[in-house]
Design a protein around this ligand. Structure first.
Ligand SMILES: Cc1cc2nc3c(=O)[nH]c(=O)nc-3n(C[C@H](O)[C@H](O)[C@H](O)COP(=O)(O)O)c2cc1C
Length: 209
């Protein structure tokens, strides 16, 4: 069973065609929680990548996603602060060569979301189209409104800011490159990823080497 899961996992993450069913969710490798420069050194060197080439390993992807919105403190907390300790009201979709998946932050797994290469459809700039992954960051309207109906966009925006900065810092630790990109085709992302009413596409984080 474990071997089957591992095979499925590497096939899906490396961009082979994936069937679209929640039952096909695949567990990610454990994230790295040590190594690389210390946090202050990573803050000192943080920068946006200006060109991308090279593959991102499954462990590297797992670490970046965990840093963005994963569980910490032995499952008792989240890697980013949230009002009232709620789950992060920001969803992250991983668009790769042949498929896209939703990061299931509670189970540290990937849920198939769409087939095909969405990177070139969602991004407007070539720089993002060439990155190994596009992480599509989506403000979860329903979750944020449950906290504050009147200022939910602000609340969700805080989540996006915290998650994307953690992505930058995780990339510094792993020797990866990333870039915050707001220039996207939100309607394409909404349709292809079958987002819920009220969800807002905030940005993509191009991810690569
Ligand atoms: C809100 C926001 C939107 C951005 N949108 C884009 C974008 O659409 N395209 C792009 O190439 N870079 C984008 N960037 C990246 C900035 O251009 C980059 O952070 C800036 O040039 C400073 O470089 P640095 O991150 O290396 O310090 C964006 C950054 C932020 C914070």
């Amino acid at each position: 069973m474990r071997k089957t899961c591992a095979v499925l996992c590497s096939c899906l993450l490396l961009g082979l065609a994936a069937p679209l069913a929640a039952a096909d969710a695949v567990k990610l490798p454990a994230p790295r929680k040590s190594g690389g420069p210390d946090v202050l050194a990573a803050i000192e060197t943080r920068a946006s990548g200006s060109s991308f080439s090279g593959a991102v390993s499954d462990e590297e992807l797992a670490t970046v996603l965990w840093a963005a919105t994963g569980r910490n403190r032995d499952g008792g907390g989240w890697t980013i602060p949230m009002a009232m300790g709620k789950p992060p009201y920001c969803d992250i979709y991983v668009a790769g060569k042949n498929s896209a998946h939703l990061y299931d932050r509670e189970n540290h797994a990937l849920i198939p979301a769409a087939s095909g290469d969405l990177r070139s459809k969602i991004a407007k700039q070539d720089i993002a189209k060439n990155a190994y992954y596009s992480l599509v960051v989506v403000m979860d309207g329903a979750a944020a409104k449950a906290i504050r109906k009147d200022t939910w966009e602000q609340i969700a925006g805080f989540a996006v800011g915290a998650a994307t900065q953690n992505i930058y810092l995780a990339c510094e630790a792993l020797g990866l490159k990333t870039r915050f990109i707001i220039s996207v085709n939100p309607d394409v992302a909404r349709k292809e990823l079958a987002l819920h009413d009220g969800d807002v596409v905030a940005c993509i984080m191009a991810l690569g080497k």
